[in-house]
Design a protein around this ligand. Structure first.
Ligand SMILES: Cc1ncc(C[n+]2csc(CCOP(=O)(O)OP(=O)(O)O)c2C)c(N)n1
Ligand SMILES: [Mg+2]
Length: 298
């Protein structure tokens, strides 16, 4: 019961935060670019409900959902998106390049995977029981640095979980046109065990993630979690070639609607009220903050 409410609230924070973010973008209040996670919320909510607070996380251009599920503060993220000095990295990273506690993100596809692998080595040497997670998309399977990392992670038995979120597209390229052969086979070829989920049900994702996380932590070995999912919003801002029929079809897999039936009307109302207040406070406070000075240091 408590778990169901917490998972729902995490997914709702991501959804409402990003709906607000897209509206603020359209109103010209944000700078740079952005990539919304709307539709994929069950992945982040499920995974971060079974990780430890000190685990190390590396994310991609589509990082907001991962960050919020990790426990990041919506206000600091909103301030970062607005280029404010109170933002996560002083307003200089924007949407794709954020850092807070053990969470890092980078917009270069696959570029962060060798960094994450090195971090997993460092944490293994420190023998502190932390695992490292690194998120990639289906389109990032074409990056060579990924395979060098898989090789070393397997050879050196590094405690790292590669999380592959297959949302079916790399920008506007469908996965069938960008990825050959088997996704799982790309990991098993290096002797890395794979867990795979073809669902947007947060409870199923959570229990599969739990097994994968347990394996990586207790066996001190790499693992791979493949999550087949759906991206509801455009790749970034407006770049979407999908037909209205396809968009209608995939909305049937809305993870929030799917999970909402496990809550009472009162619980759904409470979650919605609390989340709307958090998101509104985040954007209103961030807007009032000072803009980052471009030539400041530190
Ligand atoms: C090395 C590199 N090439 C191209 C880009 C531009 N780019 C940003 S996201 C993206 C598609 C990524 O697709 P995928 O890995 O499936 O992630 P998704 O956007 O679907 O979450 C591209 C081509 C980039 N950021 N880095
Ligand atoms: Mg993709």
């Amino acid at each position: 019961m408590d778990n169901n409410y917490a998972l729902y609230k995490t997914m709702l924070i991501i959804r409402r935060f990003e709906e607000r973010l897209l509206a603020e973008f359209s109103a010209g209040k944000l700078v740079g670019t952005t990539h919304a996670y709307i539709g994929q919320e069950a992945d982040a909510a499920g995974i971060f409900s079974v990780t430890d607070p000190d685990d190390v996380v590396f994310s991609s251009h589509r990082c907001h959902g991962h960050f919020l599920a990790y426990g990041g503060e919506p206000y600091r993220l909103a301030a970062e998106l607005m280029g404010k000095s109170t933002g996560l990295v002083g307003g200089r990273g924007g949407s794709q390049h954020i850092q807070w506690r053990n969470f890092y993100s980078n917009g270069i596809q696959g570029g962060i995977v060798p960094v994450a692998t090195g971090m997993a080595l460092a944490e293994k040497v420190h023998q502190n029981g932390k695992i490292t997670l690194v998120f990639i998309g289906d389109g990032t399977l074409g990056e060579g640095a990924l395979y060098e990392s898989l090789n070393l992670a397997a050879l050196w038995r590094l405690p790292i979980l590669f999380v592959l979120e297959n949302n079916g597209y790399a920008q506007t390229t469908p996965v069938e046109e960008g990825v050959s052969g088997s996704m799982a086979g790309r990991f098993t070829a290096f002797g890395i065990q794979v867990w795979e989920c073809n669902t947007t049900d947060v409870l199923e994702i959570r229990s599969t993630a739990q097994e994968a996380v347990r394996h990586v932590r207790s066996e001190v070995k790499p693992g791979c979690l493949i999550l087949h999912t759906y991206r509801f919003s455009a790749h970034s801002k407006g770049d979407d070639l999908r037909s209205p029929e396809e968009l209608t079809r995939i909305h049937a897999f809305d993870p929030i609607k799917l999970h909402s039936h496990r809550l009472t009307d009162e619980e759904r109302f409470k979650a919605e009220t609390e989340v709307m207040a958090i998101v509104d406070d985040a954007f209103v406070r961030a807007e009032a903050d000072l803009t980052a000075s471009l030539n400041a240091t530190g």
